[in-house]
Design a protein around this ligand. Sequence first.
Ligand code: NDP
Ligand code: OXD
Length: 312
Amino acid sequence: MTRPVLAVHAARSVQAQWQRLLAAALPDFEIRLSPDLGAAEDIAYAAVWSPPPGFFAGMAGLRGVFNLGAGVDRIVGRDDLPPAVPVVRLVDAGMAAQMTEYILYGVLHFQRRMDVYARQQAGRQWQAQPARPAAETSVGILGFGTLGRHAAGHLKALGFQVRGWSRSAHRMDGVACFHGKAGLEPFLSGTDILVCLLPLTPATRGIVGTGALAALPDGAALINPGRGDLVDHEALLAALDDGRLAGALLDVFPQEPLPKAHPLWRHPRVRITPHVAAETLPEPSVTQIAENIRRIERGEAPVGLVDPAAGY
Ligand code: NDP
Ligand code: OXD
């Protein structure tokens, strides 16, 4: 009897590991690795990260697509994927703890003026900066979902003022929650350190632009581990150059790797990491994918089902 096929497309260096883990978790499936997928019509499920254009062409029997990450901007709205096929994202799967570490690092970097001290060190300058206690520092999280709420809990425990902005209304003890277009300006105007953790959708593309940056208090800082296209980089450079924005810690960019000639690389107020804020961990991800395949096979909705209309 032929077994249903699960196709994997990930970085070549890790495909074999995905194959081994998926085969152990789903013994009834045949796991095929891209680009050797055989007949497209045999494929029942696909587990993918950033598949090339046309990847899904001919997969007429596809019953579900599993994104090997939280952000589905490379999957939603593609013209090679029939709209009825469920797209499922990873929900936490070990990323929330990593993302919280990244955000805590960035928040402490700006709150404790490590950005200023790094520049002072370059000039051998011994100069204490005024203290800014956590209780007087407001961290605003744009995108108050799985990752944003996890980080908020930890920031609150460290004594920061925390606020979150989302599409729908949320509540969290000790956190000021804002939502929708009307909530954005009041959210931004009280944010000293802005963390951008939105998914990239038509509604969020370029959301951190001239207007949003101007709405932040003078001397605010930006941490962006969400997606590069959420930020208008021309507006960001202008705000950094005129000193309205104290600094930025950036993990994601419109083009990755960030081109070598890009001015962000050498900007004295910018710290860059190469899209590593929260990496996909194969073991917990495979557990989640296998459970979701069983759910779909039982006719139940998978956890992390993407709403194609909302784009996340
Ligand atoms: P979730 O889907 O759990 O959360 C998304 C949040 O954004 C929700 O609060 C949602 O609102 C809000 N949102 C979406 N659209 C809008 C909008 N138009 N206006 C206002 N709020 C909006 O996602 P995760 O927390 O799991 O992940 C967030 C993003 O982080 C990913 O999409 C990805 O881009 C990025 N990421 C980056 C990584 C890295 O290593 N750099 C690693 C992992 C993720 P509501 O609650 O109302 O639905
Ligand atoms: C993700 C990412 O979306 O790593 O999971 O960027």
